[in-house]
Write a protein that binds this ligand. Structure first.
Ligand code: 2HA
Ligand code: ZN
Length: 271
């Protein structure tokens, strides 16, 4: 058996959580990440017949039965993952009933997966139908994205248009736009189902006055999506109190999207 502490997927979780913490996106225990792993790769590091304990998930993830995920722990701080991955992360497998997580490694202090597991697993289920390569679901609380939700009309069309209009790369990075949920109680199956419903159309979902979800085939895709929304929200808010002299026009947005060959939400433009 290889040493689990050297596994690329553990290292990636450590590096990503540390980076997000340093960006200020994951204060205290804010944020969570789930990463679907390849069974064969995990078996090089762990005995897959050795279930440490079982933990009920509180919902049925029948389409993910047998799938293995590395997931940040509930109440745990991104700040601490790098120095103690075995306490702050866990590797779970969805058991044959679809409702139990089998702990294969981690949560060493008796802990368990993030309270947002419903949003994560329901989102994985939906994204895998659209993109079989999807592996990551990521949630965090980035400053400008959150501030934007205080002061902006929270419709998908309005938010997407603002983010597209202030930064040329936006429409290229997220041509499908950004999903939006109203304020809801977090950590519930309801917000999980609502997030997953949005994930049928979008790789990004903003939770009003809470944060954002991003997903993708790897950490770079999920992180890069969130990073680009956060940058555009920052550009908008840095200048929104100033006279608005320049904005990317709808004709220019269409021209950029066509130049890069992306399938953008045409009904989000006024053309
Ligand atoms: O895990 O971010 O949404 C802490 C959170 C809950
Ligand atoms: Zn959160």
């Amino acid at each position: 058996m290889k040493d689990i502490f050297t596994a690329p997927f553990v290292k990636e979780m450590e590096a990503t959580t540390a980076n997000m913490y340093h960006l200020g996106w994951d204060e205290r225990n804010g944020g969570n990440i789930s990463y679907m792993l390849d069974e064969k790769e995990v078996s090089e590091y762990l005995d897959l017949d050795n279930v440490i304990r079982t933990i009920p998930t509180g919902f049925n993830a029948k389409e993910l039965i047998g799938k293995i995920f590395i997931v940040t722990g509930t109440g745990k701080y991104f700040k601490n993952v790098e120095s103690d991955p075995e306490t702050n992360l866990g590797i779970i497998r969805i058991a044959s009933d679809g409702e139990t997580a089998e702990l294969l490694w981690g949560y060493k202090d008796g802990g368990k997966f993030t309270s947002e597991l419903p949003a994560h697993l329901m989102s994985h289920t939906e994204r895998l139908k659209i993109d079989p390569e999807n592996r990551i679901v990521m949630h965090c609380h980035p400053d400008y994205t959150l501030a934007l939700t205080q002061a902006h009309e929270m419709t998908e069309r309005a938010i997407t248009r603002t983010l597209w209009q202030v930064m040329t790369e936006s429409i290229v990075v997220f041509p499908e736009g950004v999903g939006v949920l109203p304020w809801m109680i977090c950590g519930t199956n309801d917000i999980g189902a609502a997030t997953a419903e949005k994930m049928k159309q979008y790789r990004l979902v903003i939770w009003t006055l809470h944060g954002i979800y991003g997903c993708g085939k790897d950490m770079d895709e999920a992180f890069g999506l969130i990073e680009t929304v956060e940058k555009a929200a920052k550009m908008y808010l840095l200048a929104s109190h100033l006279p608005q002299i320049n904005r990317i026009t709808d004709e220019q947005l269409r021209a950029v999207a066509e130049r890069f060959g992306v399938n953008y939400r045409k009904d989000f433009l006024d053309i």
